[in-house]
Design a binder for this molecule. Structure first.
Ligand SMILES: [Zn+2]
Length: 274
């Protein structure tokens, strides 16, 4: 534990000593538009993220999602452990309209009142840069990280990562890891520290379609004709049980198992790191 504390102090000191450079890099990221919903600036922002990673000494590669924006993958190997931690974040942002509600230009990256203002300054360009700097700080001071680190920094989180799936399905080794940490979170405004949510789960959309008669029919035919409303009620009741446990099946695994497996990833990640 003493060694870990000493290592961490060296890392923190390096970060403090490079604070101004990190702020300038965050300004560069914020000043680069990258609106996935409007297809603005995504290639340029992906190139900038890759440049920042390479400058920080983090090996990375830019991969094109089929029909979507580029995605950056990084891999910082460690011989100290066989475990790998995957760090997820995104470089795209929400649209900036309406412009008249901004107190500072959305792509200005202005530092005022002790804060950096601009679209994506929090969600999620600060997350992207914070972990690039943290990984670089560890590498510069301690050397190899305690576990291997993989990065995935995608460009369409704000519209549901619609083109990411096929790339990951074709190249699973890019994200294969023992645990994952999502860098996409908010900041506690009172303490001004990043939130870390435990047990973060993803979203699964399900569309249920029930069909019945094509035209109005008399109720006396009810026993004979399918009734879509009741079919949907019964179908909804098969999605979760009375304790809200997920009952749906994906292949041979239930969604609940997938959710539990993801929830286990954080303790595994922490155990691997200590
Ligand atoms: Zn986000």
């Amino acid at each position: 534990m003493e060694t870990i504390n000493r290592d961490l102090q060296a890392v923190f000191d390096w970060i403090d000593g490079h604070r101004e450079a990190a702020i300038r890099d965050l300004q560069r990221l914020v000043q680069q538009p990258s609106v996935s919903a409007q297809g603005i600036g995504l290639e340029e922002c992906a190139d900038l993220v890759a440049t920042l990673m390479e400058t920080a000494g983090l090996p990375c590669q830019v991969e094109q999602t089929p029909g979507g924006p580029p995605c950056i993958f990084g891999h910082l190997r460690s011989g100290r452990s066989t475990k790998t931690l995957l760090l997820y974040s995104h470089y795209d942002v929400q649209p900036v309209e309406p412009l008249d509600l901004w107190s500072h230009p959305p792509y200005g990256g202005v530092v005022a009142g002790g804060r950096l203002w601009g679209r994506g300054a929090s969600d999620n360009k600060s997350g992207v840069l914070a972990f690039i700097v943290a990984a670089a700080a560890w590498r510069e001071t301690v050397g190899e990280p305690p576990v291997s680190l993989k990065f995935i920094i995608e460009g369409e989180e704000e519209i549901g990562s619609i083109h990411l799936g096929p790339l990951i399905a074709a190249r699973p080794e890019l994200v294969r890891a023992d645990a994952m940490h999502c860098l996409d979170g908010g900041v506690d405004p009172s303490a001004m520290v990043p939130d870390i949510d435990l047990g973060l789960k993803s979203v699964l959309f399900v569309e249920l379609v029930a069909r019945g008669a094509k035209s109005d029919i008399h109720s006396l035919n009810a026993p004979l004709v399918p009734q879509p409303a009741w079919d949907l009620v019964r179908a909804l009741n098969t999605l979760v049980d009375s304790d809200r446990r997920i009952l749906m099946k994906i292949g041979t695994k239930t969604c609940g198992n997938l959710v539990r497996r993801r929830m286990r990833s954080l303790p595994r990640m922490l155990r691997a790191l200590i």
